[in-house]
Design a binder for this molecule. Structure first.
Ligand code: NDP
Length: 319
């Protein structure tokens, strides 16, 4: 079977499509024929070594497909079932081995591509809007990079929960997408502070969802209301430099730097969030906007599109 492998950390040139021995499921595992696999910033952090993973590694942290074979002890699944998973490495491949307890059944009415497109980012948007900062009717939140994969989902879900989203994005086309996803106003990054000021009558935002990191962190702190929450959930522009906690005293702010794994740690939590998420897809609360499909051989091109800020919505690898 073919897979996207990297043997050292580095830029996109370290990625190779290799023929690997066929996989066989061990106890508690399922062998899955991968139908589609999501392209995520998490994969960039793993490839570059920002997040250290054992090498050699197969790229890809999210996928959906069909169960081929089950290892000993797996209950409740059968060959032919459609499933999706995230936070398990190795999905940019024709086949993947996944612990059965990390598999989510894909309901009828949701396509395999839709499942691969929404699972990682949708589960993330779910916990960010329910647990990191609970969006309620009337909450005002600033969402950075709101035309991106995470950004559009966050904007749609926060709006669905009754929140008012102010968005940032780099180009007019991206800002149109953010407004189409529900933002009341989408502006360039350097207009964020004035816009929050204007739309909140000087009060400040209840929360900021910041997946951009280094370039936006200072603005994100500046636009919060007293006791507001900065949810720093990524670093698309680079890591935020070391930070003096005394800066939080300016508004008794809350700062959190969450990661998905802690919010789907139990099977129950994984299934509950996934059920809500797939319900939102079925009801078109969120739409899995797939803007690019790439075969394994074009994996470098997929990541070039993501990393050069040319992508909007979701990119998929179709093995
Ligand atoms: P996106 O589709 O959002 O792509 C990143 C976007 O960030 C770009 O399109 C760009 O939008 C913006 N950006 C701003 N500055 C830069 C820069 N210097 N270089 C590149 N992009 C920049 O990616 P994802 O939806 O996959 O991920 C968004 C963030 O969410 C990432 O930081 C990722 O790590 C994080 N994440 C965190 C998770 C968690 O649990 N903590 C889980 C999943 C994702 P624009 O052109 O409008 O500026």
């Amino acid at each position: 079977m073919r897979a996207v492998v990297f043997e050292e950390f580095g830029d996109r040139s370290v990625l190779r499509v290799q023929d690997r021995p066929d996989l066989s499921p061990g106890p508690g595992e399922a062998l899955v024929l991968v139908g589609a696999s999501g392209v995520n910033y998490m994969d960039v952090y793993q490839r570059t070594g920002t997040y250290q993973v054992p090498l050699p590694a197969t790229l890809g942290s999210e996928g959906a497909g069909t169960v081929l074979q089950l290892g000993d002890g797996v209950r409740g699944l059968a060959p032919g079932d459609r499933v999706a998973w995230t936070a398990v490495p190795g999905s940019h491949a024709e086949q993947a081995l996944v612990p059965a307890e990390r598999l989510v059944p894909v309901p009828d009415g949701i396509t395999t591509e839709q499942a691969a497109a929404v699972l990682l980012q949708g589960l993330t948007a779910h916990y960010l809007t329910h647990d990191s900062f609970a969006v309620r009717p009337g909450s005002t939140v600033l969402v950075h990079a709101a035309a991106g994969g995470m950004g559009q989902l966050l904007t749609r879900i926060a709006t669905h929960l009754g929140g008012r989203v102010i968005a940032t994005a780099s180009t007019p086309e991206k800002r149109d997408l953010a407004e189409a996803a529900g933002a009341v106003r989408a502006v360039p990054y350097d207009a964020a502070a004035d816009t929050v000021d204007e739309l909140t009558g000087g009060a400040g935002a209840d929360a900021v969802y910041d997946g951009v990191g280094a370039d936006t962190f200072d603005t994100s702190l500046r636009v919060l209301r007293p006791r507001g929450t900065l949810v720093l959930f990524g670093a698309a522009s680079g890591k935020v430099p070391p930070f003096d906690p005394l800066r939080l005293m300016a508004g008794s702010y809350f700062l959190t730097r969450p990661t998905l794994g802690h919010f789907i740690a139990t099977r129950r939590e994984l299934l509950e969030r996934a059920e809500t998420l797939f319900g939102w897809v079925a009801e078109s609360v969120v739409d899995a906007t797939i803007t690019g499909r790439y075969p394994l051989d074009e994996v470098v091109s997929a990541y070039e599109t993501l990393e050069s800020r040319r992508s909007t919505g979701k990119l998929l690898i179709i093995p």
